[in-house]
Design a protein around this ligand. Structure first.
Ligand SMILES: [Zn+2]
Length: 198
């Protein structure tokens, strides 16, 4: 059994152009939903508790957002409640929850990962190193799109200060150019003379 698209759209209250729908799909397609599954069956078989971890897009190696929720299972899946640990998560309709629910549309509930109830906190501890390795910063020559393209490092005989000055002259309105020049206006001779007299 899968979550229906209609139930998802009714729950988030949006259209295919809604921010949470579009961003949720982007988060899922980027692979940032690193875990999504259900927690060990409770005594009540009409509901399942779900649990997920979603990486913070801006800080990939920090603790991921936790998604929790309850889904009702009858003839179809109904969304009872969802929560996320991000700032917008109390609404239960942030992009992380959206990504989680889109995943529920794509995969049968029977095939979801089953987390032991007491061990869900350990999941990130196991996953952390794998995630760090996946998103570790690499130099250009290690990037898959440049593999076997004959990229090699060479030493440039250029003064780094000359490069900074070159770009600052070309882009005088840039933050670094203003910083280098100093933001205070030059003191005019008349003003300086008057100040000295006083
Ligand atoms: Zn969230």
């Amino acid at each position: 059994m899968r979550l229906s698209i209609m139930e998802f759209m009714n729950y988030v209250g949006g259209s295919e152009h809604s921010k949470c729908v579009v961003e949720g799909e982007n988060v899922l397609n980027a692979g940032h939903l690193i875990l999504a599954g259900k927690i060990e069956e409770s005594s009540c078989s009409d509901y399942i508790d779900v649990y997920g971890l979603c990486l913070q897009s801006s800080v990939l190696d920090s603790n991921p957002h936790e998604i929790t929720g309850k889904l009702s299972l009858s003839k179809s899946i109904k969304i009872s409640s969802m929560l996320c640990s991000c700032k917008a998560g109390n609404s239960g309709k942030c992009k992380h929850v959206s990504a989680f629910l889109i995943r529920c549309i794509r995969q049968d509930v029977e095939h979801w990962v089953l987390f032991p109830k007491l061990k869900k906190k350990c999941v990130w501890a196991i996953q952390k190193n794998l995630t760090k390795e996946k998103y570790r910063p690499v130099s250009v020559d290690e990037m898959p799109c440049f593999e076997n393209k004959g990229i090699y490092k060479s030493q440039l005989d250029v003064n780094p200060d000359d490069i900074v000055n070159f770009f600052c002259n070309k882009l005088p309105a840039s933050a670094i150019a203003k910083h280098m020049k100093g933001r205070r206006e030059e003191c005019s001779t008349d003003v300086c003379t008057n100040l000295e007299k006083n």
